[in-house]
Design a protein around this ligand. Sequence first.
Ligand code: CP
Ligand code: NVA
Length: 311
Amino acid sequence: MINSMYGKSVLDLTELTKEEFLSIIELAIEIKAKPEAYRGVLAGKILAMIFEKNSTRTRVSFEAGIIQLGGQAIVLDSKSTQMGRGEPIKDTANVMSSYVDAIMIRTYSDQMVAQLAEEASIPIINGLTDNHHPCQILADFQTIYEEKGKLEGIKLAYIGDGNNMAHSFLIGASIVGMDVSIATPKGYEPKSEFVEIAKKNAKESGSKIEISNDPDQAVKNADVLITDVWASMGDEAEQKDREKAFKAFQVNNRLAVQAKKDYLFLHCLPAHRGEEVTADIIDGTHSAIYQEAANRLHAQKALMVKVMTNL
Ligand code: CP
Ligand code: NVA
């Protein structure tokens, strides 16, 4: 089979076809089951990782992942590189392309990452930007598949901020044919450009997209219940205002009982117990947060194999 993803950048999930998306999940499950079979697959390959925002999971899972596959990672924070002193993206992209085989970047600006991808001759992987978090969705969908045995026809309810996670859920779910219902406080809805993309995808995949300000409505009949922090990285100054605005959007038992009896709870982490989710839900029997975090390793190993090799 030809790997259509070889050399491809993944800036957001719109870059992936349904087949490519599912092939990453399939490979992630295979790598998770037989990690030794993939040792050495990225021998001699180097991944540069650039961080402008904090990270635990993304940083460690990418680095551990490439080491397990036989390659190596170089971790950079933009402040200590010339990028932090304003070196043009074009020059950084061209120079880095001659040293390493791929770049994973976590930053603020999606435009900056798009420019990096346009100028570089190597794959660029978005490790979180203000608008997207595609690697997290791969791990989340792997977790949903493991727990529910399918993706198509699953209803996912996302309660909280219309942020990078909400955008990536919208796009990912609409590609694979999952229904997604998002409830946010007024003024915190997902950006309309991503809702439009999801609605367009949904016409093809048959999924349903709902955006509202009504968490009770959104969770009805949901197979998967998801939330995220109320103030993302970069929004810290709004923390107090957001705590007020999001009060009625906490995932707690009152809300969760309206989902399906066997609902799955996911959170990309880090989480704030007592804010967006109560401890009894996130630490309860429906929660798969640690399996979800563990799957970052397997999903990203699969993604690296896909974009960095012809396998
Ligand atoms: N979920 C996630 O991306 O975690 P980190 O911020 O720790 O990388
Ligand atoms: N929405 C959160 C996700 C963290 C992994 C943020 O951007 O901070």
